[in-house]
Write a protein that binds this ligand. Structure first.
Ligand SMILES: Cc1cc2nc3c(=O)[nH]c(=O)nc-3n(C[C@H](O)[C@H](O)[C@H](O)COP(=O)(O)OP(=O)(O)OC[C@H]3O[C@@H](n4cnc5c(N)ncnc54)[C@H](O)[C@@H]3O)c2cc1C
Length: 489
């Protein structure tokens, strides 16, 4: 007779869904434990930030629009869900940056915006000769002493100089983290870059080595009889990334996945179990509670049990952003969209943070522009820039359109638009993040059965969430197996 294990997962974004998915499969298969899994999502739909809608006749993602395939756990998940084929990839490797009042091509060979050859950027107008010479000084500058947890600005700016830093590195952070380099911890937000740069004296040489090492030698090809292989890189699903969270939910057998279920409190019971209280008064008993909501929501649930954990969670700031889609008639867009889009450095003081040329970027949208519609996706807002929050949707669209008219030579209003607001959505791994995680690890160890996972901790993107959820499910399954063993024998 399999042993029962009551699992409650709080939060139905990709993190909570992935934990529930793996537990539903691994617990019975690997431990003989029969879980009863309940996932509680406060919103009216599953998927959290992952959400797809129709605009201009195509499926567009108003949350994440790209999934990084690098870790085996992401690849395996796609394969297991039957989503490995056909994936869509960027049709171009070219991207631009808005610098000195114009779109200028970003260096193709760069890691985190740091070019292999800064002098090549003088030709494109991104750097002045002085800026390139200053950047090249990195090759001879002595190693600097760094604080234990340097900000990205402390790590890179003294080595590369202000121009490369402001025009290339800083806009990358806007795109991925909606954050600022002076605040984000290099160790936590860009661990690969931190590792590479602190390993050597020259940031250029270290990053170039790191980039070369990460280029896959053999682009994966699916063997005729084997499971599909997925080459590393950015991908999306042809029907939008909500297909991923929908597929995870559909493949989580036996779990009770509830929406409209706001968790209001978590109570500890003397027998070592937990009571999960919903806002409508319902109570669920749990042996294992997985908190997969954003850090600020989780702080409220943990406050009665650990003030230190709640403080550490509350100290993780979240930036608000908005995703603005605009569909233009292709004939009204004067500039050829010959790339994936452009990023805007904060130093340029624009409203836009970045713009993805959706119909040009993804292979599967190739026909859309030919059918007469060009769809672009714009990001506004980053940590410290909340201008969009005080504007209504029409004003946001107007401000975005005005900047696009200049950048892309757009000559008429969009025929369709959508504004998706994401207040408090992007966790900021600011300096001290690792120390906060250490506090959380210590405090959670004193609350057996309670676990944290999600974008707020060890990976801000979808693949980071999937990796954390996968690892957590493994830990929970191992602990369950250890508990079950003496009972069974
Ligand atoms: C605009 C935008 C663009 C992005 N682009 C990319 C991208 O291109 N690629 C990429 O990899 N990543 C991207 N990201 C990041 C990615 O979306 C997130 O990392 C990921 O979706 C977070 O998933 P999660 O499950 O941890 O959190 P969430 O998706 O936030 O899910 C948490 C869930 O918990 C629920 N919840 C909160 N409190 C409670 C409660 N008390 N009771 C019950 N439920 C509760 C919430 O309603 C929510 O649904 C982007 C994010 C945004 C906002």
């Amino acid at each position: 007779m399999p042993l029962p294990l009551r699992v409650v997962v709080v939060g139905g974004g990709v993190s909570g869904l992935t934990v529930a998915y793996h537990l539903a499969r691994r617990l019975p298969a690997e431990t003989g434990v029969a879980p009863s899994i309940t996932l509680l999502e406060a919103g009216e739909r599953l998927g959290g930030k992952v959400t797809t809608r129709q605009l201009g006749g195509i499926a567009v993602d108003t949350g994440p629009d790209a999934l990084l395939v690098r870790d085996a756990c992401v690849r395996d998940l796609l394969v297991d869900l039957g989503l490995a084929e056909p994936l869509s990839r960027p049709a171009s490797r070219r991207a631009y940056v808005w610098a000195r009042g114009a779109l200028r091509p970003l260096p193709a060979m760069s890691l985190f915006g740091v070019p292999d050859n800064p002098f090549a950027l003088v030709r494109t107008g991104i750097l002045t000769v002085r800026g390139a010479v200053r950047a090249a000084a990195d090759l001879v500058l002595p190693r600097r002493r760094l604080p234990a947890d340097p900000s990205i600005a402390e790590l890179l700016r003294p080595r590369l100089g202000a121009e490369v830093f402001d025009l290339l590195v800083e806009p990358m952070l806007g795109g991925v983290h909606a954050g600022r380099a002076a605040e984000l911890s290099a160790r936590s937000a860009v661990p690969d870059v931190h590792r590479a740069v602190t390993a050597g004296r020259s940031a250029y040489l270290s990053l170039r080595e790191r980039r070369r090492a990460s280029v896959p030698a053999d682009p994966a090809r699916t063997p005729p009889d084997g499971p599909p292989r997925i080459a590393p890189g950015m991908v999306t699903l042809r029907g939008g990334l909500q297909g991923l969270t929908d597929a995870i939910a559909a493949a989580t057998p036996g779990a009770d996945l509830r929406t409209g279920a706001l968790v209001a409190a978590l109570d500890r019971v003397d027998d070592g179990t937990w009571t999960v209280r919903l806002a409508d008064g319902e109570e669920l008993t749990a042996d294992v509670v997985v908190l997969a909501a954003p850090a600020h929501a989780t702080a409220r649930l943990l406050l009665p049990h650990s003030a230190a954990a709640a403080d550490a969670l509350d100290a993780i700031p979240y930036a608000g952003v908005a995703t603005v889609y605009l569909a233009y008639r292709t004939q009204d867009v004067g500039r050829p969209l010959d790339g994936t889009g452009f990023l805007v450095p904060p130093s340029e003081d624009r409203f836009l943070v970045g713009c993805t040329w959706t119909t040009a970027k993804w292979e599967h949208h190739a026909g859309a522009a030919a059918r007469g519609l060009t769809v672009v996706r714009c990001a506004v807002g980053r940590h410290g820039d909340r201008r969009w929050q005080g504007m209504d949707d029409d004003a946001v669209v107007d401000a975005v359109h005005l900047e696009l008219a200049e950048a892309l030579d757009v000559r008429a209003r969009p025929v369709e638009t959508s504004v998706q607001r994401w207040p408090g959505a992007m966790p900021q791994y600011t300096v001290g993040h690792e120390a906060r995680l250490a506090v959380l690890d210590t405090e959670l160890a004193a609350l057996p059965g309670v676990h944290l996972t999600g974008a707020g901790y060890r990976g801000v993107g979808l693949s980071g969430c999937i990796a954390q959820a996968d690892a957590l499910a493994t830990r929970i399954a191992l602990a369950a197996a250890r508990t079950a063993e003496p009972v069974r024998s």
